[in-house]
Design a protein around this ligand. Structure first.
Ligand SMILES: Cc1ncc(COP(=O)(O)O)c(C=O)c1O
Length: 395
């Protein structure tokens, strides 16, 4: 009997670690949630007010499955002005149940069974699993510390086969915190154009970028190829709305947009009405929360990085975007701690109450890496960082 496609997916290592931590917390010990990628902030007040006002005004009925027209128009406007994607228009915007559902829908409409998608390794787990769920295959391009984890266009091109359908790009990048340069993006677009490929561009962290680096939307640099870029956005990180579940994909071409409407109808039949009114307020209201959150993330990042500096056997990359710190573990660390695997180190950290994610959750090539998140509140990051240092030093 053949394996059911869903049985090929994992239950998610981050979820398992979270449950492990909850057990530690149940013993009365304080836990530091460095495994989670959920911003500690509340959504801006005008978002909460818009949600409450929508509910009071009876905007609680079924909505068009591609999104309320006001939000689609506002997202198109933002894509044109802020992301500099000139081809964006309201009818090309599809509101999804978070960027996760945008990925799910995108791969379902794009892929035929056995189609290949080139992705970076490491990469946020759910990308590969959504490709598999859509019966596609992932082809990994290793990212290297020596290259500042820049996605290498030559390595991408070397992996193209007759079955390649798309190149997946994620900038800023979860888990490494790398931010792609305009030159790299332009080179990737050029490859897509020459090989007649789609690009799926996940920009969930577009607002979490530390100077001097800046975010460039792939479609903004794609020229005549812009309509072959599927751009994915999220309200989770930009507006601290993770639990409200609003995202979007911008797609072009009759076939894909028709398929997207069908997938949206049969999977969610429209995102929660009140959450969409909240998302509209997030786009139209005061946007100072971006800067406030970024400044706080920078403080937490520095606390975590300084705790990780100078530990023999640990290589640290200073993230240029996102709220993740990615480290590489060298053989002497395993020797000093008397352990064999990254999972053993993860276990030591969990026992000490520190959340973490072993690298292999993000790709087979990342077995000697770990990710730590600094999206939880400041004191948790500071306390967690101190324990982390102690554990990795073998103390
Ligand atoms: C790279 C990336 N894309 C997409 C998402 C999904 O975001 P959401 O579904 O909350 O909008 C995440 C969430 O962590 C992510 O890290």
């Amino acid at each position: 009997m053949s394996t059911h496609i869903v049985d090929s997916l994992s239950l998610g290592k981050i979820v398992q670690i979270r449950e492990r931590l909850f057990k530690v917390a149940a013993t009365g010990k304080r836990v530091c949630r460095l495994e989670s990628g959920d911003p500690s902030f509340e959504p801006p007040p005008h978002v909460i007010e818009a949600i409450a006002a929508a509910a009071r005004a009876g905007k609680t009925h079924y909505v068009p499955n591609a999104g309320i027209p006001e939000l689609r128009a506002a997202l198109a406007d933002k894509a044109r002005t802020e992301n500099r994607i000139p081809v964006a228009s309201a009818e090309n915007v599809f509101v999804t149940h978070g960027a996760m559902h945008a990925l799910f829908s995108t791969f379902h409409v794009l892929l035929d069974e056995g189609d290949e998608v080139i992705i970076p390794d490491p990469m946020w787990t759910e990308v590969a699993e959504n490709i598999r769920l859509a019966r596609g295959r992932t082809v990994a391009v290793p990212l290297r510390y020596e290259d500042d984890y820049e996605y290498d266009p030559a390595a991408i091109e070397a992996r193209i086969t007759p079955r390649t359908r798309a190149i997946f790009v994620n900038t800023p990048h979860n888990p490494t915190g790398a931010v792609l340069s305009p030159e790299t993006i332009t080179a990737i677009v050029d490859i897509a154009r020459r090989h007649d490929l789609w690009i799926v561009s996940d920009e969930a962290y577009e607002h979490v970028v530390y100077g001097p680096w800046t975010h460039h939307s792939v479609a903004s640099l794609a020229g005549d190829w812009a309509e072959r870029v599927l751009s994915i956005f999220s309200f989770s990180k930009s507006h601290a709305m993770a639990g409200l579940r609003v995202g979007a994909v911008i797609a072009h071409g009759g076939l894909l947009t028709e398929r997207l409407q069908k997938v949206l109808r049969c999977s969610i039949n429209g995102v929660s009405s009140v959450a969409q009114w909240g998302a509209l307020a997030a786009l139209q209201g005061d946007s100072s929360h971006h800067g406030v959150m970024l400044a706080e993330y920078a403080v937490r990042r520095d606390a975590l990085l300084s705790a990780l500096q100078g530990i023999d056997g640990v290589r640290v990359f200073a993230p240029r975007g996102t709220f993740f710190a990615w480290i590489e573990l060298e053989p002497q660390l395993f020797e000093r701690l008397g352990v064999a695997t990254t999972d053993d180190i993860s276990e030591l950290l969990c026992q000490a109450g520190v959340g973490n994610t072993p690298g292999d959750a993000f790709g087979a090539g990342s077995v000697h890496s770990m990710r730590f998140s600094f999206s939880c509140e400041r004191m948790m990051v500071i306390d967690g960082a101190a324990i982390l240092r102690k554990v990795l030093q073998g103390g």
